[in-house]
Design a protein around this ligand. Structure first.
Ligand SMILES: Cc1cc2nc3c(=O)[nH]c(=O)nc-3n(C[C@H](O)[C@H](O)[C@H](O)COP(=O)(O)OP(=O)(O)OC[C@H]3O[C@@H](n4cnc5c(N)ncnc54)[C@H](O)[C@@H]3O)c2cc1C
Length: 441
């Protein structure tokens, strides 16, 4: 994998096709002349998933392909390998790589970039890994969309009123931006779908958002969190703060406030944790993420960036690491590429420093909250900023055009609600993600 028979060039390998890996691979192509190194990009998926728009896929407002950016589309001379890295041998400088049909390793590296992202964090709460639904991948988003629509159908044909109410009860655990956006957008979808079910009563539709924290959307500060809470409560969402899940099965959830809720839908969005490979490497970590220096370097010849990496945030008052966001992952990918290129004699190394540009949260309908560059916005102004930000941040013109076209179409026509049933239930279970079995999805 490191060059043709006559010319031995150093081999640079990037592992993980998310924001950090995609931007690193693109920057390496620009920074390193072809004769300086052979470039290889190994990723379990053949696309970057633009995860900030996953809630819109779950709510049926965007087709899944709209937010899948093909890795090969942005790269010219990098060898792209769709496979999973199972292990790293730091002494021999090789990777153990598995494709669908079996092992394709060992793969040699002279410079290694680890950008394997994160998976949904589960807790040892009984039933969670088996019954809760995540929203970290396109597979999960498509499954969640189908699952919610199916609950409306099952409620419509339920003979028992209690079963009908359980089918129409939806619980989202975790009120950060993923959970709040997902709850708000799916609640909006179910409410607008209900007029197609004359047999179902609106008052039986119940959405709950549960979090142990004292507020929702803590990332956006108390003012915008309060505004978001007001908006979703006005639509009928029940918010239970200071509350956690103590157990669940396929038909009910027990909460720490003593309540038991009959439901067939629990969406689990309580944060992220590094994937199995990172946990398996036995390298120094902070909160599970690989501890890198301010050049994003892990050890000699090895760098890490994005959700998998813990880099100290010099702007943090509490000496925290940069948060796991796409905003940081993509910028870290570029800085890491500069430092890898510098180690091969091309350019000078850089430290990573980036002050948050703010966050946006789309609450469905015309509602949104946003804090671009520290300016708090709500309502239509926030909605415009949110949409504009995503169009700007999507790293491909083809995806941007299609997302923009879907949004314009949604203004004049209701999104098409149909269960395609293309995802097996087992493929969308959190247990699969945790063991790494879901990585190839
Ligand atoms: C629903 C949702 C909404 C979000 N909204 C926002 C937002 O509004 N703004 C924001 O800034 N951030 C947001 N985020 C967070 C953002 O998506 C992540 O911080 C970002 O994706 C991290 O990028 P990454 O490159 O580190 O990892 P990822 O994007 O997770 O990519 C990692 C890649 O590595 C691959 N991989 C993993 N292990 C292996 C292996 N062993 N071998 C080969 N490949 C492997 C994975 O398949 C994946 O392709 C959101 C996340 C979610 C889930």
């Amino acid at each position: 994998m490191s060059g043709d028979a006559n010319v031995q060039r150093p081999s640079v390998v990037v592992v993980g096709g998310g924001f950090a890996g995609f931007f690193a691979a693109g920057a390496l192509e620009r920074l390193l002349p072809p004769q300086a190194a052979d470039l290889t990009f190994i990723s379990a998926t053949d696309h970057l998933c633009y995860s900030p728009l996953l809630p819109e896929v779950a709510a049926g407002r965007l087709d899944p392909r709209r937010i899948a950016v093909p890795l090969r589309a942005g790269l010219r001379r990098t060898r792209v390998v769709q496979a999973s890295v199972d292990d790293v041998d730091f002494d021999r400088q090789t990777l153990e790589v598995m494709a669908d049909h079996g092992s394709i390793g060992p793969v040699h590296w002279d410079r290694l970039a680890l950008t394997t992202g994160s998976v949904t964090r589960t807790l040892p709460t009984p039933g969670v890994a088996t019954y809760a639904l995540g929203l970290k991948t396109l597979v999960e988003a498509q499954y969640l969309h189908d699952h919610v629509l199916r609950q409306l159908e099952l409620a419509d044909c339920a003979q028992d009123p209690a079963e009908c109410r359980a089918r129409l009860t939806f619980l989202v655990v975790g009120a950060g931006y993923t959970g709040t956006e997902t709850a708000a957008q799916l609640q909006h979808m179910t409410t607008t779908q209900l007029d197609r079910f004359p047999g179902l009563r609106r008052e039986d539709l119940r959405w709950l958002l549960v979090d142990l924290a004292p507020t929702i959307l803590p990332e956006l500060g108390p003012r915008l969190g309060g505004a978001a809470m007001h908006t979703v409560r006005a639509r009928g969402m029940e918010i239970r703060l200071g509350t956690s899940v103590t157990a669940m099965d396929d038909r009910s959830v027990s909460l720490s406030d003593g309540d038991t809720i009959s439901t067939h839908t629990v969406v689990w969005t309580v944060g992220v944790t590094p994937p199995p490979l990172v946990r398996h490497l036995s390298l120094p970590v902070r909160r599970g993420r690989l501890a890198v220096d301010d050049h994003l370097q892990l050890r000699d010849g090895v760098w890490a960036a994005g959700d998998s990496a813990a880099a100290r945030d010099p702007f943090s008052e509490t000496d925290a690491d940069y948060p796991p966001t796409a905003q940081h992952a993509q910028r870290q990918g570029v800085v890491m590429a500069r430092n890898i290129a510098a180690s091969l004699g091309c350019g000078r190394p850089r430290t990573y420093r980036h002050r948050d540009l703010g966050l946006v949260a789309d609450l469905g309908g015309v509602a949104a909250v946003a804090r671009p560059l520290g300016v708090p916005l709500t309502g239509p102004a926030a909605k415009v900023v949110t949409k504009a930000y995503h169009l700007y941040a999507l790293p491909s013109a083809a995806n941007r055009i299609r997302v923009g076209a879907d949004w314009l179409t949604n203004l004049v026509s209701r999104p098409i609600a149909a269960q395609l049933g293309m995802v097996e239930p087992a493929a969308a279970r959190l247990a699969r993600e945790q063991t790494g079995a879901g990585v190839m999805g």
